[in-house]
Design a protein around this ligand. Structure first.
Ligand code: ZN
Length: 342
């Protein structure tokens, strides 16, 4: 069995206040993309809710209780993270879909993608943050560890740094967290010097990119940092925190990645999974707030994962990439002793 898409109209049941960028309309985009995919004859599956045990691998018991208690109510969990009556159920479904993507990837040596909201990567062990309730990618990685894996890589392409994912695995050697993000920017973390601690020292790789980064900057970073580190770590599973808010059209951030750039990035990750992790790649959506850019980017991602030959390969062609060059230098200075191939 090949690629599997996991999606549901139920992701529209998490309702945010009027004007909030992490809107129900994003769920409608995901539903349209999934419906079109299904109509083309591809395999799709409905999500299941994550169990309490699965969620508590990444979150404190008391925090899960606090979210559960918002059932039936609209509550502000932080300055920009809100619940509606069905948010707890929707968040459990998002985490469960991420776990299903892992199960499919591991059982089939294949790719899977969970189109979910609310997003997850800002959610920390004991608090919601930045539109995120449960940390779907972290719960997915913990699910893989619970199934016996000892090397799981999370690549976070969302334009914001995934502080939640970083801290949850900051001292965990079995999980490589690798993020390329706008910096300095929300949420404030993600400097190159944040590299993990104790047994996890060196397994947090932050690639801080100055505002305005282009496809060339990202391609430079991919060839010099992302791909070599993934190759050296040799993950048994690759999880992608797939945010599309580095898109040039995104209203919340200031990067200039094109739709084709995202296609190339996805293609590069797919090829790395083929080479390093027996084709096992589990993609979980994060941000992306221009609805048109999100729709095209998600559709392209499915097409590329299903048939990578449909995207142009991504190789750094020497186009000036000052932001990429600066990020590469910073990461090498921070991490070369841990990753000799850098
Ligand atoms: Zn984001």
């Amino acid at each position: 069995m090949a690629f599997l898409l996991i999606g549901s109209d139920q992701f529209q049941h998490h309702v945010t206040p009027p004007g909030h960028p992490e809107s129900v309309e994003r769920g409608e985009v995901m539903s349209r993309v999934a419906a079109a995919w299904r109509e083309q004859g591809h395999a799709t599956a409905a999500p299941r809710p994550a169990t309490r045990e699965e969620i508590e691998r990444a979150h404190d018991n008391g925090y899960v209780d606090a979210v559960a208690e918002t059932s039936g109510r609209a509550v502000a969990l932080d300055a920009d993270t809100f619940t509606s009556p069905r948010s707890y159920d929707t968040a459990r479904l998002a985490a469960g879909a991420a776990c299903q993507a892992v199960e499919h990837a591991l059982e089939q040596d294949a790719a899977a993608c969970a189109l979910v909201r609310p997003p997850g990567h800002h959610a920390e062990r004991n608090r919601a943050m930045g539109f995120c309730v449960f940390n779907n990618a972290a719960i997915a990685a913990a699910h893989a560890l619970a199934r016996g894996l000892s090397r799981v890589a999370i690549v976070d392409i969302d334009v914001h740094h995934g502080n939640g994912t970083q801290w949850i695995f900051y001292d965990e050697a079995r999980v490589l967290y690798l993020s390329a993000h706008q910096f300095p920017f929300y949420p404030g973390t993600g400097a190159a010097a944040e590299i993990g601690r104790d047994a996890g020292a060196g397994t947090t790789v932050n690639v801080p990119l100055e505002s305005g980064a282009t496809d060339a900057d990202y391609a430079r970073v991919w060839e010099a940092i992302v791909d070599p580190v993934l190759e050296a770590f040799a993950p048994e599973l690759l999880i992608v925190s797939a945010g599309f808010d580095a898109h040039a059209r995104d209203p919340l951030a200031y990067m200039r990645v094109s739709t084709a750039g995202f296609g190339a990035m996805v293609r590069a990750l797919w090829h790395r999974a083929q080479a390093s992790s027996s084709g096992r790649i589990a993609i979980v959506t994060e941000g992306g707030y221009d609805l048109d850019a999100l729709e095209v980017s998600l559709s392209d991602m499915l097409r590329v994962v299903d048939d990578p030959a449909t995207a142009a390969p991504w190789s750094y062609d020497g186009t000036p990439a000052p932001r990429g060059d600066a990020a590469v230098s910073a990461v090498r200075a921070a991490l070369r002793s841990y990753w000799p191939t850098l």
